[in-house]
Every structure is written in C-alpha cells, then in structure tokens.
Design a protein around this ligand. Structure first.
Ligand code: AMP
Length: 208
C-alpha cells in the first residue's frame, strides 16, 4: 500500500523476486490491457488518464483471475490493490475461499511534495516500458530510451494536476483501507524516502 509514487512497483518487484511470489500489479495489468486495446483496457483507460479509480468489480475480477493462475499458486504479492474498502472486502472473501490469509500489509510512506516531484518528472518508454526521471534518473540522451532508443513520454496520469487529483482520491478512498488492516494487526509501516536499497532493507525488516 502507499500513495501513487511511493515506490510500490519498485519494491513489489524486488520482494516478489526475492520470495518467488507472483507480482500482481493492477496498474500494470490495466496499462497493458490499454496498450493492447482490449475492451477491458479501453474501458479502464477512460478512468486512468484522469487519475480516477477503475470500478471495483472490474479490478476485483482481474485480481481473482490472476490469483487463480498457476504461477500464483505458491504465493503472491498484491501491488496497488485493494484501493477501496469494497475491494478489501472482496479480497477478504476471495482469500477465505482459498484458505490463504494475508501474511502482512506493507504501507510505504513518502511526503506529498516528494511524491509530486517523483511522478511529475517520471518519463516512460512506450515501446519497452523502461522508466526514467528527468532529474533523478535521466536517460543518456534526453528524451530517448537507453534500452531501445524509443521516444520517452510522460504518462497521462503523471501530469502535476492529475497527480494531485490521484493523491486526493487516495486520501478519500484508500486511506480507510489502511484502518481496516491496522485493526487486523497486519499493517507494517515503512519509510519510503531514501534509495531503493534503503527502502528494500526497511521492508525486509518490517516483514521479519
Ligand atoms: P498505479 O500504477 O498503481 O498507480 O495505477 C494506475 C491507475 O490504474 C490508477 O490511478 C487507477 O486509475 C488504476 N488502478 C490501479 N489499481 C487500481 C485499483 N486497485 N482500483 C481501481 N483502480 C486502479
């Protein structure tokens, strides 16, 4: 859990590979579907580009399908889900049916202005999905992907006004989910500032 730009994707990928768990990022799945132009992707894009949440039943269906896949059989890490109380309730029902409760919920916290700086400077390669940052991780040639040479773009939802809207949505819709997991004794809070390695160490310590 964490606001947009807290580092969920980066830390999620590290953790999933360390534990051999499948990494289920609803944002990545939805972006992928939008790139491929599937009906689900086109529907989702209408919400994502403006920084709104995609409807609960759509996202919950995606997660249920992914968790049922063979590669998630040994364990899974959810990134960017659940983001609303109804999603958390649906997840609870799904996991009860599977007899597989959550081990922990990690909350990565980063101050708002740092989030705005991280996201509004982020650039992505639409061809190979590599990520850069104009100040923190600039490409060797400005505007060009180091990996494949593609022209870098700003994600529609990383524009500063949209980032601020996404943060407001987080406070309204997702913050109550944290309470749900705090009460259940599952929430582990981690400082998300510092390098990727610093944060990974904090996450490991919180899980240990
Ligand atoms: P992310 O990459 O996790 O920041 O997600 C990007 C966008 O995908 C969000 O701003 C939402 O529009 C959509 N999205 C991702 N996960 C969810 C979710 N669990 N519920 C609703 N919308 C989601």
């Amino acid at each position: 859990m964490g606001t947009p730009g807290a580092g969920k994707g980066t830390q999620g990928a590290l953790l999933a590979s360390r534990y051999g768990a499948c990494h289920v990022s609803t944002g990545d799945i939805l972006r992928d579907a939008a790139r491929q132009g599937t009906p689900l992707g086109l529907e989702a894009r209408r919400y994502m580009d403006d920084g709104h949440l995609v409807p609960d039943d759509l996202v919950t269906g995606i997660v249920a399908d992914r968790l049922a896949s063979p590669e998630c059989g040994k364990g899974f890490l959810l990134d960017g889900f659940p983001r609303t109380v109804p999603q958390a309730e649906a997840l609870g029902r799904l996991l009860t049916e599977r007899g597989q409760p959550l081990d922990a919920v990690i909350l990565i916290t980063v101050p708002t202005e740092e989030v705005v700086r991280r996201l509004s400077g982020r650039r992505v390669c639409p061809d190979c999905v590599a990520m850069f940052h104009v100040a923190l991780q600039p490409p060797a040639t400005p505007g060009r992907c180091d990996r494949c040479g593609g022209a870098l773009v700003q994600r529609e939802d990383d524009r500063e006004d949209t980032v601020r809207h996404r943060l407001a949505v987080y406070t309204r819709e997702t913050a109550p989910v944290l309470e749900h997991y705090r009460r259940a004794g599952l929430l582990r809070e981690v400082d998300g500032t510092g390098t990727r390695e610093d944060v990974a160490r904090h996450v490991e310590a919180a899980l240990a």
